[in-house]
Ligand binder design. Sequence first.
Ligand code: SF4
Length: 434
Amino acid sequence: MATKTKHASPAKKLPKLPAEKLSSPPDQKFACRDCPARCCRLPWNIRFGSDEAKRYLEEPWVRERAGEEGALVIARGVLPMREKDRRLQCVFLDDDLLCGMQKRFGHEYIPRSCQAFPFGFVRDEKDVVVAQLSHLCPSIRDNYGEPVDRQLKDKLQQRGDTERMSKALATLGGVILAQPQYLRAVARWDAELATDASPAAILARLYDWTTAFERALPPGAERAADVSIDAALALAGAEAPAPLEPRKKPSFYARVLFAYLLGNLCYPSRVREAHRVGKASWTELHALRSFGNKAAWMLGRGTVDMLFIPRPFKLQRVRTVDRFLAGDEGTLVKDYLRLVLQRRHIFSAPRHLLAAVLDLSLATVIISRFARCRAAADGRVKVSAEDVREGISVAELVLLSHAALSEQGKLMKNLRWLLLTKRESFRALLATEA
Ligand code: SF4
């Protein structure tokens, strides 16, 4: 793998794009190497445009490789996957873990999202194009390779598009905040996350602070005036923050969250996706075992085989692993949450301001639980920095980077709304890992 790169830049010169101001985290590096094709072997939808789907369906080699079932998936704009070694993998991935489509037709032929991975782009409030570098990729996670800033232009060209930040977000009371207004609240969140406290305690405070800020805005106004934002910001911090007491057992909603997001990463749940080909080989036992995964997470008992954890482990063992958010490893989580705010992708969909605090909180709880699972599987009682970094890559996969909110099921949407509107449930979720 070290001598051949899967996602090498194309030799062909690409047409020039107008000059853009580009930005990426300082000193970040990337090179696609030494990795067993992680991005081609995940339970996710790799999407492409209708122009690309048409091109693929007209190509006999692609049709033969994908088969009839796969051609139907391609027509829906998704790469078909099959099960291999208890994981889903792209049907075009060869046994040498290189992309068969790229080997045959060149880098510029494969879907744009594959060419550009792990890069995405969001245009920020100053019209700067900010690189979204997925920490799911080991190169980004471990910061190895070549400086990213020299690769941005090519990757933007390969990607072909940028997402935009939402021009406005709403409060739960229905007041519309213009982009410069909601970013003033976001600056406050960022400053809080730079403090020494545990991320769970900070997020509990941010929920209360944001709710107080929203309530301090004049009721009945459809759009907030700058002067009322000034007044609400001054009022919001007036009350003393309520301390967050750790819970001994996961709250009900934490268990639902684990069952839904982490349960879906367990075998065989992780291979039961709509874009999988070879469904005929599925058995009812698979469906039953998949249900069993969710039940195990709800009860916190039973053995599960989870993605990115080398061996199956007993869920009961996780409670023997120390919580870490208030310690040094918690700083890795805070740094990541600040990065999420800075890269602006979290503001690319129009929704409630408080939903961004909720997303950061869900990510924190998932990172912590995953890291503790990884340590438990290894027989340790303390998590390592490596456990936390893998937890961050899981949060990227299931929540913050790759899982589009529009694709999340009804259960997750209802859970999010309940947590958004019920303070005690929200705090109990954070207290599960505090
Ligand atoms: S996950 Fe990263 S390093 Fe691995 S194959 Fe994909 S782009 Fe390359």
